[in-house]
Design a protein around this ligand. Sequence first.
Ligand code: ZN
Ligand code: ZN
Ligand code: FE
Length: 752
Amino acid sequence: MIDVQRLRVVIRGVVQGVGFRPFVYKLAHSLGLKGWVINSSQGVFIEVEGEKELLNSFLVRVEKDKPIHAYIQSLESSFLDVVGFESFEIRKSEDKGEKTALILPDIATCPECLKEVFDPNNRRYLYPFTNCTLCGPRYTIIKSLPYDRPNTSMHQFPMCPDCLKEYEDPNDRRFHAQPNACPVCGPHIFTCKSDGTIITKHQEAIQTVSDSLLQGKIVAVKGIGGFHLMVDAGNSNAVFELRTRKRRNEKPFAIMMSSLEAIKAECEVDALEERLLQSSESPVVLLNRRTGIDSSGLVEEIAPRNPTVGIMLPYTPLHHILMKTVKIPMVATSGNLSDEPICIDNEEALKRLGTIADVFLLHNRPIIRHVDDSLVRMMAGREMVIRRARGYAPLPITVPKKRKAALAVGAHQKNTIAFQIGNNVILSQHVGDLETEQAYDAFEKSIDSLKMLYEVKPEWVVCDHHPGYLSTKYAQECGLPLKEIQHHHAHIAACMAENQLSGEVLGISWDGTGAGWDDTIWGGEFLVGNEMKMERFTWLRCFRLPGSSQAVKEPRRSALGVLYEVFGADLFEMTDLLPVAAFDTGELKLIKQMMTKEFNSPLTSSAGRLFDAVSSIIGIRQVASFEGQGAMELEFEIGKNRCNDYYSFTQSDQIDWSPMIKEIVEDWSRGIARAVISQKFHNTLVEMIVAVAMTLKIERVLLSGGCFQNRYLTEHAIFRLKEEGFKPYWHQRVPPNDGNIALGQLYACGDT
Ligand code: ZN
Ligand code: ZN
Ligand code: FE
């Protein structure tokens, strides 16, 4: 079967007046691709159709082989439905539609700047704030528009005559480069202790940090959009110490490595992943670790029992200089305590990170807004952005429908907010879980700053149906006409928006929790309808969550809820079952009361919790150190196992998984390998999706919600749906998790 797809690419940067369109034309022709290219005030838009393999080559070569004077600051690609182009054409530039002022994200250091930074004869030799019009900070330094130096955090650094000359010369690479700076006039780095006492300055500071890191110390490094906590990724004790101090037990840490070659030695990297790692966005890319290598520079503690690892390359001169000095992989995790937003301010960092870091590497350029590292992985041969922040935010996402200016406040966890202006949705960077005061503060700041930067006056506000979300409360109190969109409806609408769909679809919306229209917690939903109106067609059988939110961190609680549906109150005597054995008698008695008397044990259809339950039943995880850990480890358990079997389930008004749970308990007691049980469980969920699709016979099936970060589940669902003649859609530019809710809320509102 030939796999023909349509690829849409939006490129921003120096792509006008440099022969870019003729280059795209030739490239498309040489690959035999049909479609078009167009210039607009928003960048170069390309659509090409052809075989997936050829589209992959196009994606890699459009960047690699680009005209000599072109420079790509942002490249976002999506695969969409085929429309059937007959030739390739250069379309006439037209500037219709809204002129949304375009604020660029922060752009990784360009090769020219990099050359200067490492040239001993250059006046910017080893200068950590080197940048030019092609690269450097943008979104994190802008206070207000227009984007001119006085409106940025560079205003306090008047340019020296040399820099000013570059800035004013139209033939210079730094013509109107707002953050232009040099060692004479620009910002500087220094190191200090947590009490603020300065240790070293300038280049000596790098040596101090490098020495500290190599001695196993923890260093807080102020970067472009916030602080990193860095530590030697090859030193178990140091990584363990960071985990203890940061109170982050097992959640994987991101790693920074000095070169692509170094990454390739540790991980499997394909051409598209290589492109992503080296792109101007420079995200953390989730890669599969190589198995069977002799020695690894990465210790187990960076991501315990995890066959994948998130890696990025240095993306500012400061990181380049530092990585060249230390030469070994570094943990580079966001500088915060668990659940709090990333630190951006020197004083604040000394206070909040004082008990974590041994040494601070600071600089005197303020960060205007926090922007975390983005996280991207490949999913079914396409990019999937799991956390959308640096390099991507606040670039607009084009949606099929125009509407009056509106604000969407998103969900509670992994919050993002969004504004719609015409056809464009400006989605904020990842804000985080609105659990702490700091996070709520960051949420309000994101709304205010995007409102100001885009001069948008929202006429509407849209929020989640959950009355307890702080984002919902904000929406209720902001004085604008309010619309509520159910959480899972918003997930599916987001998936429709980015895949440019409208009309009838079947939406599979699976996640941890969302408030349903009835009194239960939804999370295993099969929705039918169009973007504006969706009905709950069916759902995964409900079960009780003893201890309510406590169950999020304790898979064994979900397990008891699930097993209670199967065995009733007898369950509490079945002490050979691992989830039962995982509690002491007192706790068990209390939980039995909760379940039988139906208090503090809400009903849920959550697919996420069902994953947790199975993870507990087969002894993978009873208590988690972060949400979704049980589910994640259950996925990893499959490893290289290959079987197509699945368990039984029945389909009536609900999808009943109880036959599957019985069989899992049997398999487990017979000593069947956990890899096999896990795989059969995943396969069963896929077959549930296929079964509902077959019942409804709706061609377009969408996969959204945090569960679809699970690669096995998503890729197999896609494969099986295609096999049965359906058209599956999933996420690419926005995350499948609650980071997509704000986008979905806007799209679900229609064009009112
Ligand atoms: Zn540059
Ligand atoms: Zn200067
Ligand atoms: Fe969700």
